[in-house]
Design a binder for this molecule. Structure first.
Ligand SMILES: Nc1ncnc2[nH]cnc12
Ligand SMILES: [Zn+2]
Length: 327
């Protein structure tokens, strides 16, 4: 299938770190990694669940040391994204994962935002730092202070990392502050965690978009509400299969979510770890789940409507999807 022009709303920059680049950066920076070679590293990509994946994801960040490294991974991602038809990207970054290793916030922001400013022609971009929900909310509050004091343009804030046992409500004050700063609000919820976390992300944090949200299906009243309020859900099919929240792609609940009238769109999450980028995810769900052309168009339209862009850009993105659908 020819994939639609993509609006990528759920991708972690650290999750675009391809194995080859991990080894290359390790050599360049003199970082010792516990892998014999590329095959040994790749052999560790069979994950049992989200925490198991996160162990490797955080460990591999050891190779990201300087602003140049952050610029390099961001530029490599943008080049791959453009080749896959991405027209607009809202990129997640995990500042605390780097601060905890002694990398200054300025190096992270300068590297990533510098590369975003040099995105391929015609692609629009934005940056969304995420707080790690398995670290204290007091730390998130301090990082938010530093973020709003920095000169880096930010689109919003997000919440990620190990979900179960880390309910959204702990971050109510952080989100209230971010809202007062005029930032957009999103959060991972209902990936591995229960449907109640999705409800709390909406009611307590006031998020405008829910990342994943697939466990909402366990709660029919919540599904009705999400449909009525057209709450965008950024669904990541390859991620769900590789982190075993869904058995196989053929079992993915995306068709049920579409049938329930949910504002779902398809994204990649951590493409270097989960087997593909946003275009690969679109192609695979369309084929494996036998989606109709109208359903694929709906996914693309939903992503455009969920993007944090101004009216003029939304009109352009709508037109690009319409031109693709009519071609
Ligand atoms: N799928 C995911 N869920 C939660 N936190 C993440 N950080 C990177 N990928 C993530
Ligand atoms: Zn994610």
């Amino acid at each position: 299938m020819d994939t639609p022009p993509a609006v990528e709303l759920h991708v972690h920059v650290e999750g675009t770190l391809e194995p080859e680049l991990i080894l290359e950066l390790a050599e360049r920076r003199g970082v010792a990694l516990p892998y014999a070679d590329l095959d040994d590293l790749r052999a560790r990509y069979a994950f049992t669940d989200l925490p198991h994946f996160l162990d490797l994801y955080y460990a591999n960040m050891a190779v990201l040391c300087t602003a140049e490294d952050f610029a390099a991974i961001t530029a490599a991602y943008l080049e791959r994204a453009a080749a896959g038809g991405v027209r607009h990207v809202e990129l997640f970054v995990d500042p605390q994962a780097h601060l905890a290793r002694g990398v200054p916030l300025e190096a992270v922001l300068e590297g990533v935002s510098g590369a975003l400013a040099d995105a391929p022609s015609g692609m629009t971009t934005g940056l969304i730092p995420c707080f790690l929900r398995d670290r204290p909310a007091t730390e998130a509050a301090e990082v938010l202070d530093s973020l709003v004091r920095s000169s880096t343009p930010l689109l919003g804030i997000g919440l990620d990392s190990a979900e179960v046992g880390h309910p959204p409500a702990q971050f109510a004050e952080v989100y209230a502050r971010a809202r007062a700063e005029g930032l957009h609000l999103v959060a991972h919820a209902g990936e591995e965690g229960p449907a109640s976390y999705v409800r709390d992300a909406l009611d307590v944090l006031g998020v405008e978009r829910v990342d994943h949200g697939i466990r909402s299906l366990d709660d029919p009243a919540l599904v009705r509400r999400l449909a009525e309020e057209a709450v965008p859900l950024t669904v990541c099919p390859f991620s769900n299969v590789r982190l075993r929240t869904v058995d196989t792609l053929a079992d993915h609940p995306l068709p049920r979510m579409l049938d329930a009238g949910l504002a779902v769109s398809v994204h990649s999450d951590d493409p270097a770890y989960f087997g593909g980028y946003v275009d690969d995810n679109h192609r695979a769900v369309a084929d494996t789940l036998a989606l109709t052309p109208d359903q694929v168009r709906t996914l693309a339209d939903n992503a455009v409507e969920a993007a944090f862009v101004d009216d003029a850009r939304r009109v352009e993105l709508r037109a690009e999807v319409a031109a693709w659908a009519g071609a």
